[in-house]
Design a binder for this molecule. Structure first.
Ligand code: AMP
Length: 312
């Protein structure tokens, strides 16, 4: 079963304290789709301009990513530029050029409308709604978001949150959205807004997962060298959604109204963290170009050993 991924496809300029790179393949959908493709086939929904290189298209094609939902139109691709401080957790957006994004309506190809597992990656909530409106009977819809939408499109975001099964956001956004300083209270409050599951990311400190009466605190994989944190959140969401897509319960189980077990969500959060940890080791998606499934399995095992503790 394919995972439907919506989001931005961008050409990024990224400046870190060490170096600056331009025209990098970026965007929430690009990162999420590449991350998810380690686990599941992906149907990608997005838009690019005619400046988007053949190499980038070929990169998507070289993975199990279907481009039937990718619009290529005259004009320039969405561009974003960001700068990281010495503390790589701190980032400033330097510029945003919407370009072809300005007139983007994500109309789905007929074959995408029956998607059961869906990731509405970080993009304007109105576009996330538009995709949701076209789906026939999605089973599990995950939405990712960012502080920008809490600030400029709160009503649309709140109505979106009420329609999805899982929301992913970072700690600052969870606090802003709920007005709670405690992330535990914030997670609970977001569940009351609609989603049965909530993942609150805490950057280099891991992630909190809230489910139906269940809770999981996932540490972060300890990395020595971080070269470019861009897309870590999108890779986390993509890896998580791709894993869930690969473990999706059968139509027979769905007929019996079986929910996705919390153990699957737990595992998905860990898989998403592992993929994100690889992604930040290089600029853009360069590290994910060379990582193999065996590398992922190996890091997963190391992560498991590091995180386990037993009573003496
Ligand atoms: P992350 O580091 O996970 O927050 O994601 C960074 C990616 O998000 C970059 O590759 C940007 O191109 C993309 N991005 C930045 N701002 C926006 C926006 N307003 N809408 C959609 N995508 C964005």
């Amino acid at each position: 079963m394919s995972l439907l991924v919506l989001g931005s496809i961008a050409l990024d300029t990224v400046k870190t304290p060490i170096e600056e790179r331009t025209d990098l393949l970026g965007g929430s959908a690009s990162y999420a789709a590449i991350a998810a493709s380690f686990f599941s086939p992906v149907n990608l929904v997005g838009i690019v301009g005619d400046d988007f290189s053949k190499e980038n298209i070929e990169f998507f094609k070289s993975r199990d990513i279907d481009l039937g939902g990718l619009q290529v139109v005259p004009g320039k691709t969405f561009r974003w530029s960001g700068e990281y401080m010495w503390d790589m957790n701190q980032r400033e957006t330097r510029s945003v050029e919407l370009n072809v994004f300005e007139n983007f309506t994500p109309d789905l190809p007929e074959s995408y409308r029956s998607a059961r597992m869906v990731l509405l990656g970080n993009i304007a909530p109105a576009l996330q709604h538009h995709v949701l409106d076209q789906l026939i009977r999605p089973h599990f819809v995950i939405a990712d978001t960012m502080d920008l939408w809490i600030n400029i499109a709160k009503e649309e975001l709140l109505s979106l949150i009420a329609r999805v099964d899982m929301l992913i956001l970072n700690d600052g956004e969870a606090r802003e959205l709920t007005g709670e300083t405690s992330l535990i209270k914030a997670g609970r409050k977001i569940r009351e807004m609609g989603p049965s599951a909530v993942a609150i990311k805490k950057g280099e400190h891991g992630c909190l997962l809230f489910g139906d009466g269940q809770f999981f605190s996932c540490p972060a994989y300890p990395l020595e060298d971080i070269h470019d944190p861009t897309g870590a959140g999108d890779c986390f969401a993509g890896g998580l959604a791709g894993y869930l897509s690969s473990r999706h319960i059968s139509d027979a189980d769905l007929a019996e109204k079986k929910e996705i077990p919390f153990e699957f969500l737990r595992q998905a959060v860990v898989e998403g963290s592992v993929i994100a940890s690889f992604n930040v080791e290089s600029f853009s998606m360069d590290r994910l170009r060379e990582v193999t499934k065996a590398d992922i399995a190996e890091r997963y095992e190391i992560f498991r050993t590091l995180s386990r503790f037993e009573a003496i």
